[in-house]
Structure formats: structure tokens, C-alpha cells
Design a protein around this ligand. Sequence first.
Ligand SMILES: Cc1ncc(COP(=O)(O)O)c(C=O)c1O
Length: 449
Amino acid sequence: MAIKQKQLLSEMPIAQTNIKPYWLPFSSNRKFKDNPRVIVSAEGCYYLDADGRKIFDGLSGLWCCAFGHNRPEIAEAVNRQLLELDYSPAFQFVHPLVIELANRIKDITPAGLDHVFFTTSGSESVETALKMARAYWHHKGKPEKTRLIGRVRGYHGANFGGISVGRIEPNRLPYGELITADHLPHNILPENAFSRGIPEHGIELADVLEELIDQHGASNIAAVVVEPFAGSGGVIVPPHGYLQQLRESCNKHDILLIFDEVISGFGRTGSTFGAEHFGVFPDIMCLAKTLTNGTIPMGAVVASAMIYEGFMDTDTPEHTVEFTHGYTYSGHPVACAAGLAAMDIFEQEKLTDRVHELAPYFEELIHGLRGTKHVTDIRNIGLAGAVQIEPVSNDLVRRPFDIGVACWEKGLYVRWAGDTLQIAPPYVCEKEQLDEAFNILSDCIGEVA
Ligand SMILES: Cc1ncc(COP(=O)(O)O)c(C=O)c1O
């Protein structure tokens, strides 16, 4: 019955379906509904649209389907799990897969990150990490340590905590009062334009953390939260030594360091985690997206023993809840099945090595766009890149929007966001597929008004 219904839906021309009730997230609904882009299936590195056209997936879905689409190993594991245990209560009970996955995540994340708390998205992972940081200090008898510090152009999801520590202005503007947070500057500097990989300049921007600590007092600051490289803000890679300096300031002043690795986790940089790539290790790490290869919503927050023990080392009776936080779908058995199967693929196919191998080729291709009309900067790391496009007067978005739609029409999906086009192909793609993708991108940038 379910399969029959699915076939009918995907075969139905979109003009005959009424799209109006559907309110798309982070989308220009009015424009979209004039000419909807409809994806009906996927395979490997490609989507198939409602007109039967093959479209290269240049952003691994939304940075999440890095191991390629429709992996049978994941589908089979999910199917088996649905018939074995479809749901089990997350609070006060466990099931075998959640234990297994927690151990796998503990083993794959950097040494010292030993305790795994499950969520169902990146936004929830960030929210959880922020609450965890504040509650940690509360447990340690320092309840005044609540202030949070993020970065300009950081993206930490769409929930109130995430938009407070993140700073992409349109994502914050309409929502009134947010959680008090300060922001370190980003490092998109003229002298860093067109840097290949890690840029040279901007280490001094890490000094701003010391200034904020002077201003507010370390005794009021709970945590600094950054992405190892900012993804959705436009692939902003920190200069050599920058994250190290943040780590040292946090150590010196007893402030927690949270890495949001929702995008950088599971291989995107060419190392398994951004922490390893930059050789800097946080107290708390946020994960999601590629954890299940994008198949079933799931996130995780991985905390050091110091954080975990801070919660457990308390005078309250043992039957009381140490961290009054969690979600109905935390550690959902079906998501765990998907996560375990995804992790098998990641490890067995040595996909970090694959990214490492492809990254120089990707770098050549993306920097080959330098000199194309309207291109004002190009940034990249591993298999992630952004092309910054000159605005049309004050409208940052119009040109990237027109280029992104033109790419789609020519068989390439890339993300347009703010003044950038973002590219993050699946790790399993081939060089020829990248050649073709960048030919389309180059043509579409060149042709836009
Ligand atoms: C770094 C980072 N954190 C958090 C999120 C939020 O994840 P989600 O959309 O799954 O809530 C994203 C999503 O792009 C992200 O890139």
C-alpha cells in the first residue's frame, strides 16, 4: 500500500498537485511555487527530478549525504530495525543499538570525548551543548557563568540558542530578544581573498576573545562555540593558530570550548573531525547530518569526562535526574540503525582518505573560477568550497539565486546562501563528475546578469 502510494506521488506531474499548503523552510516560497523544483529520487551522486533529469548533488543534500544516496546497507539496517523495535522510550530506558552507537561515536571522536548524548538534529545538538555548558557551571557552584560567545557568520542551527550564538543577520532579525551572546569577528579579510585552504592572515582576531573576557569577566562566561570552519556562513576557514589561541584562552580563564562539527564532522575536511584537522580539541562536540548519511534525523553531543563527571559528582540522591534535558526521539532505534550502518560505510570505505585524495583536485577546480565575472572570493577546505559573488547594489542574494537556479536547470545542484554559492560534493564522486559540475557552474556564473 505504502509503496503503491509512493509510486503514484512521484509519477504525478507537480502541476496537478496543490503545492500551496506546503510552507518550505529557508526558501523563497513565492518564487518557488511559480516554478517548483521537484526531486523524486536519488542514486549515488545524482538526484532525479520530476521531468526525469539527472542532477549532480553538489552539496551532498544539505551537507549530509556525503557517502552517496540510497546506500542499500543503510536501507536494509533501517528496514530490519523497523520490524524489530520501532521505538523505545528515551528516558530511563535503553535499547542495544543506542549503547553500540554511543561506543562507536566515543571510539571515532578524538580521545577524551567520551560521553554521548543523542538529539535529532544539528540545531538540537547545539541547544543541548549550550544548556550542558551552563548546567555544568551550575553544578560546579558557578551559576553566574552563563554568557556565551560565538562568531560572526557562524551558523548553529535555527533554534533560539543557535541563532543567538550564531550570527547570520537575516536569521536573527525578525525574532526579537535573543539569548545574550557576544561574537568574535569572522576572518573574511581582503588579504585572505582567494586563499587556497587555510588562509594566512587574521590570527590577531583571536585576541578579541581576551578583550571580551576583560570586558565581561571570565566568571560570567560559560563557553565559546565555533565551527572549526564556518560552513553555511560561506566556508570560512580560520587562519593557522586561530583555534589553538581560542583553546589557550579558554584554558587560561576556565571557559568551555564547544566545536560545532555538524558540517565538519565525519570527513568533510579530509580528517575525520575538524578538531583533528586543526589539532585543537574541544570540551564538547556537536554532531548531526552525516552521522546517518542524512537518512534519518539524528544528532549527538559528545562531552569530555570532565563535563560528564561534573554532572555525576553531585550530592543529590542517585534517583534524581542529573541533566534535565532530552528529546522524545533521542537515540531513536531506527536512527541508531542508520547511524551504525553509515559508520560502517565510512570506516570500511576509508572515506576520510577519499576526501584527502580528492581535495587537491577540488581545490584546483574551484580556484579555476577565479577571474570569472562577479567572483570576488573563493574559499575551500577538504571537499567544501564557497564562491563569493558580487552583490547587485545592496541585494546580496539575487545573483547567487539566479546562478543556483541556472545550475539546477543545467543539471547541477549547489546551494546559494547570502552572497555565496556553496559546493560540498559527496565523498564518493569521481573526478569526471566534478569536472562536469564545475563546467556548469562556470557557465552559469559567466552568464548571469
Ligand atoms: C554547523 C551547523 N550547526 C548546526 C546546524 C543545524 O542543523 P539542523 O539543520 O540539522 O538543525 C547546521 C545546519 O546546517 C550547521 O551547519
